[in-house]
Design a protein around this ligand. Structure first.
Ligand code: ASP
Ligand code: MG
Length: 594
């Protein structure tokens, strides 16, 4: 017997029929012996309709009245839901945010939760009722109704699941679950049974529309298993929870971002502060920069490449030219018609050769890799958009992702929790509420310094399919775990690849790599036995252009030279000389984690 939170979004309660279907689901869960708390959104397009209506009445709706208005959408839903449940013969009670005891600050339309009391919900559950809670709303200290921002019912559901220590927070929606990749592009894409919170965050573009990243990050922090489930069928959906230790798949899913453009700033001075100038220019124009790649400089020159949404290219070029004007050196290059393909899997942390396998699949399909960046659980490559769908299918096949699922679905229920003593419950509440308070601002959650890495670079390698596959296969055959891979855009028909490996492995790795390099005419190799890697982790690195700006500004002020950069959806990693690692870490802690 556990406690299940079930959240129904607008489309899942749009009609009387759908409301009754949702009610039956809650009743069925209760019949299995669980306590059930439903969190319900406004029906269908209700919230949008109310916004339109307000705009017809006035150009300047007071925010207090706006929240009074919008909150009625959820109120309508919970009342109807409770009636439906009672009509089906089960006890239920609908509660507004205020009635539950969700207290927020007074920032109407984007209020932050300050306090959640669970007593009233617990009492109704103990009396045998299904609690039907309004999503998206609370009250401030004065009893004014507030709302949490669009899509806020996910926030309510994850927050209630966290304070109630629910066994599962089920999010009902109009999709079967999360797929290995976009089924409209890859016909044998398969629904995933289990994906970890980290994987889901890295697969943001796959999950987009299913759930907000910040709710996933929040669920991760409080160890809440989430389950995305279809409301139109009995499908078990996708469980978002840590994989059982030995079961982490090497690759869980693939994401494709099609409308990207790439920009390179070359011939830059290789000294502290250069990246800061560039990223402050981009941040001030609010350009969402993705996939940043800086390879080690050669001949005292640095070079950085990154992708931006194609629609932002013009603004980006203006910013880039402003940056080189200020630096007094550099050149700007760009290309359109590219797409970003990413493979994500927790198992990459412990398996070598995953990158090699991905590069081999691409090589076999004749796809050239234009840029590479990695994180501990993700490999992203930039390819020509014309071959992006072919590339996606090929990599999907290569990792065997289309195979039917083996074994029964894993169940996310926690171990029986027993009775919670009131003191622990209080501290859980205050922790949950404390984190909720800055959920929106939550950008960086961790800064990490890794002082165990070496760097190897291969310069002037042929820019053609199969080269990276050969290189990383050779490394994987020697059982060397490659940590961070960076390849930037080639400009004169030859590419440069750098990667990091543990210092203990560097000699063995150099032997393997030297042999490869000798086969490529004109290629040469450099390495650094000791480099330090700094990683900044958090959500919203992509949506918060300010993070890159803050990071590079902090390093510039500490006079640390950035030698390499790579990024993922939730991580920004930089390589610096071993002599400045400590200093760099201190300056990043000062700005991000103070
Ligand atoms: N009804 C609100 C909205 O449409 C909250 C939600 O659906 O999550 O944004
Ligand atoms: Mg909605």
């Amino acid at each position: 017997m556990g406690l299940i939170v079930q959240k129904f979004g607008g489309t899942s309660v749009a009609t009387a029929e759908k409301i009754r279907a949702a009610a039956k689901r809650a009743i069925a869960t209760k019949a299995e012996g669980h306590d059930v708390v439903m969190v319900v959104s406004a029906r269908g397009k209700k919230t949008d309709e109310l916004l339109t209506l307000a705009a017809e009445v006035t150009d300047t709706p007071p925010t207090r009245e706006m929240d009074m208005l919008l909150s009625t959408g959820e109120q309508e839903s919970v009342a109807l839901m409770s009636m439906a449940i009672q009509d089906l013969g089960e006890q239920a009670i609908s509660l507004t945010g205020g009635q539950i005891g969700i207290v927020t600050d007074s920032q109407h339309s984007k209020a932050r939760i300050r306090q959640i009391s669970i007593d009233r919900m617990r009492k109704h559950l103990a009396d045998g009722a299904i609690v039907v809670a309004c999503g998206f709303q609370g009250v401030d200290d004065e009893g004014n109704i507030t709302t949490l921002g669009r899509g806020g019912s996910d926030t309510t559901a994850t927050a209630l699941a966290a304070v109630l220590k629910a066994d599962e927070c089920q999010i009902y929606t109009d999709v079967e679950g999360v797929f290995t990749t976009d089924p409209r592009v890859v016909s044998d894409a398969r629904k995933i049974n289990t994906v970890s919170h980290d994987e889901m965050l890295e697969l943001a573009s796959l999950g987009a529309g299913v759930m907000h990243s910040r709710s996933i990050e929040f669920a991760k922090k409080f160890d809440v298993p989430l389950r995305v489930r279809p409301s139109f069928s009995d499908g078990i959906g996708t469980l978002i929870a840590p994989h059982g230790d030995e079961h982490a798949p090497v690759v869980t899913g693939l994401a494709l971002v099609a409308k990207e453009a790439r920009v390179t700033l070359a011939d830059l001075p290789d000294r502290p502060g250069v990246m800061s100038v560039i990223f402050s220019k981009l941040a001030s124009r609010k350009i969402p920069v993705d996939m940043v790649v800086q390879n080690v400089g050669t001949d005292d020159k640095a070079e950085v490449s990154f992708t931006v949404p194609e629609d932002d290219l013009a603004a980006t070029l203006t910013a880039a030219h402003a940056a080189i004007a200020e630096l007094g050196a550099g050149s700007v290059h760009s290309g359109t018609n590219v797409a970003k393909l990413s493979a994500v899997g927790d198992g990459m942390r412990s398996h070598s050769g995953v990158a090699a396998q991905m590069f081999r699949s691409l090589a076999d399909a004749g796809v050239n890799i234009e840029m590479i960046t990695t994180s501990d659980i993700k490999i992203s490559v930039l390819v020509n958009r014309d071959v992006a769908h072919k590339a996606l299918q090929t990599v999907h096949d290569g990792f065997g992702l289309g195979r039917p699922d083996a074994g029964p679905p894993s169940i996310g229920f926690r171990q029986a929790l027993g009775t919670t003593d009131p003191a622990t419950q209080d501290s859980i509440e205050s922790q949950v509420v404390g984190s909720l308070a800055n959920m929106e601002d939550l950008v960086v959650s961790d800064v990490d310094l890794d002082e165990r890495q070496s760097r190897i670079s291969i310069h002037h390698i042929p820019d053609k399919p199969g080269v990276c596959a050969d290189l990383f296969e050779a490394v994987a055959e020697g059982d060397v775990m490659v940590d961070m891979i960076v390849q930037n855009v080639s400009r004169d028909g030859s590419a440069e690849v750098s990667f990091t490996v543990l210092r203990d492995d560097v000699d063995r790795c150099l032997l393997l790599v030297r042999e490869m390099v000798s086969q490529w005419e004109g290629a040469d190799l450099t390495y650094d036995r000791e480099i330090d890697k700094l990683t900044v982790t958090g959500i919203g690195l992509r949506s918060h252009t300010g993070v890159g700006d803050m990071l590079f500004r902090a390093l510039a002020e500490a006079e640390v030279n950035v030698r390499m950069i790579n990024t993922s959806e939730v991580r920004l990693a930089v390589v610096v000389g071993a002599e400045s690692g400590q200093q760099a870490a201190a300056s990043l802690h000062a700005v991000f984690t103070h």
